[in-house]
Design a protein around this ligand. Structure first.
Ligand code: AHR
Length: 516
């Protein structure tokens, strides 16, 4: 499915120099005119931009946007940690750390991923750490980066830690010991943490029970949902007896799996996980957006299952469990989302070069998360450095890929409550999300123009004070990439615009802000 008609393109009016520049490609392709040979003023009103209209309703709140939708993920996989975040000589790589800090992520998931199924946290603490074979992703893991390093890293980047526990080669007792190590105050494993130089508890709230347990090929045994349910109850009991305040993320999968998980685990299930990886069909950049649109359908379908199979509040939870049931409605944890294309490099081809089209995809995803804020509790992009990552490194330097920029911009600017809107866009190329910051009264319209050739004139209807500030991201083309050797291709502009005639450039992202 195409998002906009390519056959019947109408003639367009070029009204400004910027639009003129944007139109050069169109002119060459569609009229045979050499754009560079004409003076912008002489073609004024010859062609006209496509148009759209957006109406914002700040008084209609559609959901609270969890700050945790802007989370990240790191795994013991390839160069994600060793050679990415961590260097044997330097410890935490400073060039990488400053970039991860600039992402302002509120939540960091660790240690996996699939590696969760063979990871033993006790290998990664204290002085004498065993070298183990990374059975999932290859190579050896000397465990120099473990729990205490992860906690320190999370502190340095200002993120809450989110740990996943091993339900395959691990045990429920081992998982409960980890809770004690992280959150305990005066018992054996808390003492061990103190001995390792960390006096204060880490207060880890988010705990994932396994990872993709339905996956037949993985090193696990819980592919039957009933097996997972039985084991998850046991893990939850032991872990919650250590710390009743923790929040549990249960593994989700296809419809039948989710139905059983939700029906039987819902009293102790704070989140059900959903992993979403979009991709592009070779030679068809628009197909990325079709793939992402399917993800929104998945989110709505999971939300419908939550509604059908779980009560908002848990009634009659026996006091003999000795810990409380969940206190909030079940939410979705998109604890792995991203863009995963064929043909990457590194371990299992997971080192990906992200072009500007992918950045438009990331912005579209973030719009989807805002639109579905009522059902999404958290989301962690897979991953952070080198593996499916916004940040890439070589031995001596680091670079932010194109997808880094929308991640950073959305986190910095979007509001904490999703608000209603209407949009007419005959072109079908725009994707929007609207939000408000209930402390500052600032309205935000996040717009992505996925049309790689055409700018769109947008009329905005909203009762605001004064003009809008537009924060704009763009790159020379949808194929543009940032590389370790090349210069930064992403352009960021901030300017004042009026609601009557805001023009969003082809293949660009704009975040518009004004106060109500
Ligand atoms: O993010 C890479 C891998 O993708 C994770 O290890 C796994 O959970 C998923 O399939």
């Amino acid at each position: 499915m195409k998002w906009w008609p390519t056959a019947a393109r109408r003639q367009k009016a070029i009204t400004t120099t910027t639009e003129w520049m944007n139109r050069r490609y169109f002119m060459k392709m569609n009229t045979g005119l050499l754009a560079g040979s004409m003076v912008p003023g002489t073609v004024k009103r010859l062609l006209s931009n496509k148009t759209a209209e957006i109406t914002v309703h700040p008084e209609t709140i559609t959901g609270d946007i969890s700050p945790n939708i802007y989370g990240q993920f790191i795994e013991h996989l390839g160069r994600a940690i060793y050679g990415g975040i961590y260097d044997e000589k330097e410890g935490f790589r400073k060039d990488v750390l400053s970039k991860v800090q600039a992402l302002h992520t509120p939540l960091m998931r660790y240690p996996g991923g699939t590696v969760t199924k063979i990871y033993h946290w006790k290998d990664g603490i204290g002085q004498n750490r065993p070298v183990r074979k990374n059975l999932i992703w290859g190579g050896n893991d000397n465990n120099h980066f473990g729990t205490d390093e992860f906690m320190e890293y999370s502190r340095l980047i200002g993120a809450e830690p989110f740990l996943t526990v091993n339900m395959s080669t691990g045990t429920a007792e081992e998982a409960a010991d980890w809770v004690e190590y992280c959150n305990g105050t005066d018992t054996y494993y808390a003492g061990l943490r103190k001995q390792n130089g960390h006096e204060r508890p880490y207060k880890v709230k988010y705990w994932g029970l396994g990872n993709e347990e339905a996956a037949k090929e993985d090193a696990g045994t819980l592919q039957d949902p009933q097996d997972y349910i039985k084991k998850a109850w046991y893990y939850a009991k032991l872990m919650k007896l250590q710390d009743p305040g923790i929040a549990l993320i249960m593994v989700g999968d296809k419809e039948n799996w989710n139905k059983q998980i939700l029906q039987e685990l819902h009293p102790i299930c704070d989140y059900i996980s959903l992993h979403l990886y979009a991709s592009t069909k070779p030679g068809d950049p628009v197909s990325l957006f079709t793939s992402i649109a399917e993800m929104e359908t998945n989110i709505r379908a999971t939300a419908a299952q939550i509604k059908a199979f779980t009560p908002e509040k848990v009634e009659h939870f026996s006091k003999w469990y000795r810990f409380p049931s969940r206190q909030q409605p079940v939410k979705i944890a998109l604890d792995e989302w991203g863009i995963w294309e064929a043909g990457g490099e590194g371990a299992y081809g997971l080192e990906m070069k992200y072009n500007w089209n992918h950045a438009l995809g990331v912005a579209t995803f973030l719009n989807i998360f805002q639109r579905n804020a009522d059902v999404i509790g958290l989301a962690t992009w897979a991953q952070t450095v080198n593996v499916l990552a916004p940040i890439m490194t070589d031995a001596t330097s680091a670079v932010c890929q194109t997808i880094f920029y929308p991640m950073e911009l959305y986190r910095r600017l979007c509001g904490n409550r999703s608000i209603a809107n209407e949009m007419s866009d005959t072109n079908n190329a725009l994707d929007i999300a609207t939000s408000i910051n209930d402390k500052t009264g600032m309205i935000t319209i996040a717009i992505v123009n996925r049309d790689s050739k055409n700018a769109i004139d947008v009329k905005i209807n909203a009762k605001v004070t004064g003009n809008w500030t537009a924060h704009e991201l763009n790159a020379p083309s949808i194929d543009a990439v940032n590389t370790l050797k090349g210069p930064n291709v992403v352009d960021y502009k901030q300017r004042t615009v009026t609601a009557k005639n805001y023009t969003i450039a082809a293949h660009s992202i704009a975040i518009l802000q004004a106060r109500v």
